[in-house]
Design a protein around this ligand. Sequence first.
Ligand code: GLV
Length: 388
Amino acid sequence: PNPSNMIPPPNIEERHVKELLLCGPGPCNLLPSVRQALTGPILSPICDEYFDIMSDIRIGLKYAFQTKTELILAVSGSGHSGMECIITNLLGPKDTLLIAKRGIWDLRAETIAYKHGIPTYKTEVPITATFSFEQIEAELKRLRPTALFITHGDSSTGTVQKLEGLGHICHKYGTLLLVDTVVSLGAEPFFMDEWEIDAVYTSTQKAFSGPAGIAPVAFSELAQQKINNRTHEPPFYFDIKLLARQWNCFEKRKEYHHTLSPPLIWALRCCLIELSKETLQRAWDRHASTTALFHKFLKELGFEFLIPKPEDRLTTVTTVKVPSGCSEQDFLKYIRQKHGIVIFGGLGPTVGKALRVGIMGVNSTPAIADRVAKAMADTARGCTKSKI
Ligand code: GLV
């Protein structure tokens, strides 16, 4: 090659990015200990220390998901990788997936199923509601699908779906229950074994206050039977049979599958240590009381909730209507520039209809709830130039 034809080295500018208060639907700010954990030593993917960290993570995840299952580990990738992992390991073109549609994440599940040739059915509720078990049971009875996909917390709408008892209903019809807990785990009560959930995934960047990029997943014994008898092949990267050998789920094989990011496994381990120290019960109580206070402030300040029924409102992400006379984009810009706070607008079915505010993880404190509510009121005034 002629050196004069080479693409010259670019001059990549230095950037100083200010850290803001992240109160959107995620990511959330990091816990200080997690930030520290991210700088842990880089380990080879075949050394004993690396496998020890993975073992710690599996122990911590059993607590976080409240399960005794052995098929539990974390997949490299954001929450979406967890979604693709559970769907493609459990279902193939000869199966059927019933999708409970109420936001955007169920549509992602539908897209993943489509890309892997998995036939789907849908059952729907309005975006401001959650499902009754009667509606779901009628569809299970009629369709007898291989699996039902449902989100626990939906960050696009700000709703939380009741799950207790749903697993039992699914199993009456031979259906596996697949649940997304990306924006709920660690903030909303969740009991994988007691609620008979067959496959679940979550994220690290929401109530865990960690960095995105590693997605915990867990499969019940029933799900394991389905995986052992499957006739389709999942993607290599997400093949839970291979990942289980790397993560030593059943035997100490210490196999190499791919190189997990050491900073991310250190960080996830730290998130789980922090959760264990606080305890699930205290984390649930803290999120519930902080959000109750935040909602009280919002109500007093004149904001209108998108979700009419208080029991349907998600603890981690609150959706409110955009104050009249204000554009969604102006609101987001003003609160970011004047108050250093990041919140989000609507997503998927709530685009243009809602502001999405996340008070979760390390940010779930009365002081932050107060600061964000006051900043929102000031922003509404600044945007509309009139009192809300
Ligand atoms: C991401 O999870 C979002 O809700 O925007």
